[in-house]
Design a protein. Structure first.
Length: 164
């Protein structure tokens, strides 16, 4: 009997699975907002809900499905998002941010250069998931990263508190 690879071809070790309300609409949104490509879609017997779908962004796959009664995994909502961010490294952080916002995502962080060498931005999608876009701009040594982080922390400590 042939040996079966425990990780399917084209997959990575970690694969997120997004539980959604109106998965079909979310798939269309992710295609427009994130440039996702649909690899597969399996509809439930009712022909309305999605049991399983696979989308690809760059070299990564993620799974999606509609909420399933009794499964115990309710979908997040835009009003009550998950406290998890899906992080995408992209060639142009600003363009990815603009595309997502143009497709209906809500800006959570404007594009900005970060102390660790990335340019980053963030959006919330209409389905309760948070996405960050990042473009590596420079490679830093461990000591450069430490100094930059210390400078960032010093500047943050000098800022007036927004929770006062």
């Amino acid at each position: 009997m042939a040996q079966v690879n425990p990780i399917p071809k084209g997959m990575h070790t970690l694969t997120p699975n997004l539980v959604l309300r109106d998965c079909a609409r979310a798939i269309d949104f992710y295609k427009r907002a994130l440039g996702a490509q649909e690899a597969s879609r399996m509809m439930a017997p009712d022909g309305k809900s999605v049991w399983h779908a696979e989308l690809r962004i760059g070299d990564s796959t993620f799974f999606l499905n509609d909420e399933m009664p009794g499964a115990g995994h309710p979908a997040p909502t835009a009003a009550d998002p998950l406290p998890v961010t899906l992080w995408l490294y992209v060639p142009d952080c600003d363009a990815a941010f603009k595309r997502a916002v143009g497709a209906g995502a809500t800006a959570t962080m404007q594009p900005e250069d970060m102390f660790w060498g990335d340019r980053c931005s963030g959006v919330a999608d209409p389905f309760g998931y948070l996405w960050s876009f990042a473009t590596r701009q420079k490679e830093l040594s461990e000591s450069e990263m430490r100094r930059a982080g210390e400078e960032f922390a010093r500047k943050m400590a000098e800022r007036p508190s927004q929770h006062a």
